[in-house]
Design a protein around this ligand. Structure first.
Ligand code: HEC
Ligand code: HEC
Length: 557
């Protein structure tokens, strides 16, 4: 054989698992999907969200809506960001005074009309994450030299929400249930989703360095107590003597069923992680995750189950999103980031904001200022998952770095359910596919200058709609009367069961799925990822310096 012919052949097999080199893999993606992994095509500013462009005064009803307070609020220390005043004025950086999310103004009705219900249901019911043998497709097709996150969760959960691989081993990913964040993240507004957490391996090793799932469970509960800054009940009573840590902080080593955080300097992780904490290779602080913590978030189409009559998670993923805390930031590091020039400009009086920038790349993810990297995969035009481009990844960074609403830049964990009995409707450690939203009571919150109130009802009353864009007619008809006032009986029912608000009907689910499918074919994510079919009316296309909203500011207490 001619040697020259032979060389590429070797490279071909050695280079990677999927048979192409990394360069070739990326090049193929670019050509197939008409995207660029490195270039910025729309604007560097898509870290700002489409919701920021919402008109707060309704042109038809004249009512004032505030969808802004869910994100722009006062952070709880050590989240030193307080971006409450962004509720009041559209003072974007100059380049963003023109709304970059042009997809919001597209009419996709014609394309949507061509997709039959059967077709879309067939599409969303086929997994693009696991193949027929339950192997992870991305793990196979990503080049061997891929330095970023290589998906390793099987979405195969035991009754405690632990993910198990094909040999039934723990992957250490653990699913949890949480109150979905206000607005866009409710299934009725477009997608179903789930969130999983994983702590580094050392958190699963007992004092002898042996894998022990109980040790891991206790450490997860300790992290939950730290993040929520409150005492957390354990899943079962723990013999503190075994771990040498006074979990309930009663001064003796006895049996404990809680993690008590009232004496913050006395808290410790258990097992090998306790040694690592002592030697300062890992850290512990209220409101912060230990370094090495990972989160996985699958964003999916909405399926319909004819047996239960309910809508819920589809097999097909729209996106797989990932985050990892790669370095520790102390309270003062975070405070410094929050007081940086960029943020000062946004918050204190500068006429217009300054554009944020984020270091990193599409492969290893983009970094926020407090030690986390974010990265994701999204459907290519055929519906297979591909890495998100640099520009698409910029889209992650605003929500996961600058908002008062997050805890260590993470949303869902602070909103985790706290039930510890697997038979409890509020059991916290399950995947949504195991226990859904039906029958879950509405959470309560406290806003400044308001009495304690129900979180979702309050949103409906102050936003006059079930989403930011006020184009969710199903929620409108269900929860509001002709004059636009909330229906008292529906609000009462909502207190007892959040699913009546959060889950769409079958018709709505199928329609939203179709709208999104059209966008997938366009691969136009950098112009906005909302699944709208009709052009949105309640959004500004362009704003002028000094333009104000009309809302009454609402701040979390
Ligand atoms: C889903 C969360 C979310 C909602 C809801 C939301 N925003 Fe934003 N907003 C963001 C994110 C993320 C950014 C970019 C990061 C940052 O600057 O905090 C941003 C940035 C902004 C900025 C620019 C700040 C700067 O200087 O860069 C303004 C102004 C703003 N939002 C106003 C609003 C208004 C007004 C509303 C309600 C009509 C609103 N936002 C609703 C998430 C949201
Ligand atoms: C509009 C704001 C917004 C944007 C943009 C966004 N996220 Fe999130 N993210 C959220 C919210 C809210 C949740 C919690 C989900 C829920 O409540 O349903 C979340 C959850 C997550 C989680 C699970 C941990 C957590 O924070 O709860 C990860 C990981 C994540 N997102 C990664 C990403 C990545 C990667 C991107 C970009 C591809 C991205 N996110 C874009 C708002 C956002």
């Amino acid at each position: 054989m001619n040697l020259l012919l032979f060389i590429p052949f070797i490279v071909f097999f050695v280079g990677c698992s999927s048979g192409v080199t990394q360069e070739q893999y990326i090049e193929n993606m670019q050509l197939d999907n008409n995207i660029s992994y490195s270039e910025i095509i729309n604007t560097r500013g898509i870290y700002i969200t489409s919701m920021c462009y919402t008109k707060t005064k309704d042109e038809v009803t004249g009512k004032i809506s505030n969808p802004c307070y869910s994100c722009h609020t006062k952070g709880k220390i050590p989240n030193y960001y307080n971006d409450t005043n962004l509720q009041e004025e559209y003072n974007f950086p100059p380049k963003l005074m023109k709304n970059p999310f042009s997809n919001l103004f597209k009419d996709r009705s014609l394309q949507v009309a061509k997709i039959s219900d059967d077709n879309i249901l067939k599409y969303i019911r086929k997994s693009n994450y696991l193949d027929e043998n339950n192997s992870i497709i991305l793990d196979k097709v990503l080049p061997k030299s891929w330095k970023g996150y290589r998906p390793d969760c099987y979405f195969n959960f035991d009754k405690f929400g632990f993910d198990r691989d094909l040999n039934d081993n723990y992957t250490l990913w653990r699913a949890f249930r949480y109150y979905p964040f206000l607005g866009t993240f409710w299934p009725t507004n477009g997608s179903s989703d789930d969130v999983l957490i994983r702590l580094p391996k050392i958190f699963s090793k007992n004092d002898n360095g042996v894998f022990d799932i109980e040790t891991y469970k206790i450490n997860l509960s300790i992290v939950e107590a730290l993040i929520k800054q409150k005492n957390i009940t354990l899943e079962s009573e723990v013999d503190e003597k075994k771990y040498g840590v006074d979990l309930n902080q009663n001064g003796i080593l006895d049996g404990s069923d809680i993690i008590n955080i009232s004496l913050a300097d006395k808290i410790s992780y258990v097992g090998k992680a306790r040694d690592a904490l002592k030697s300062k290779t890992i850290h512990l602080a209220l409101g912060l995750f230990p370094e090495g913590t990972e989160f996985l978030h699958s964003v999916r189409y909405i399926d319909y189950n004819s047996k239960s009559g309910l809508t819920g998670m589809a097999k097909r993923m729209k996106e797989l999103r990932y985050a990892k805390k790669i370095s520790w930031s102390s309270y003062s590091d975070i405070q410094r980031a929050a007081n940086s020039e960029l943020f000062e400009a946004q918050i204190n009086g500068a006429e217009q904001g300054v554009m944020a920038t984020f270091r990193g790349n599409y492969e290893e993810g983009l970094k926020n200022e407090i030690g986390w990297v974010y990265q994701g995969f999204i459907e290519d035009k055929r519906g297979d998952l591909r890495p998100q481009t640099h520009e698409e990844t910029i889209g992650c960074m605003g929500c996961h770095s600058h908002l008062g609403a997050t805890t260590d830049s993470i949303f869902a964990f602070a909103r985790k359910f706290e039930g510890v009995d697997i038979n409890d409707i509020n059991y916290g450690w399950n995947h949504w596919s195991q226990k859904g939203l039906v029958g879950v009571k509405e959470p309560e919150v406290k806003y400044k200058n308001f009495t304690k109130t129900y979180e979702y009802s309050f949103y409906l009353k102050n936003n006059h709609s079930g989403n930011e864009f006020r184009d969710n007619d199903e929620v409108k008809d269900k929860f509001f009367d002709k004059e636009g006032a909330v229906k008292a009986d529906m609000i009462k029912a909502l207190h007892d069961d959040i699913s009546i608000l959060l889950l769409p009907s079958k018709q709505r689910a199928v329609m939203l799925d179709k709208g999104y499918r059209v966008m997938v074919k366009e691969q136009s994510y950098i112009y906005g990822r909302d699944a709208n079919i009709k052009p949105m009316k309640n959004l500004f296309k362009e704003l002028n310096t000094g333009d104000k909203t009309e809302v009454n500011v609402i701040v979390r207490q």
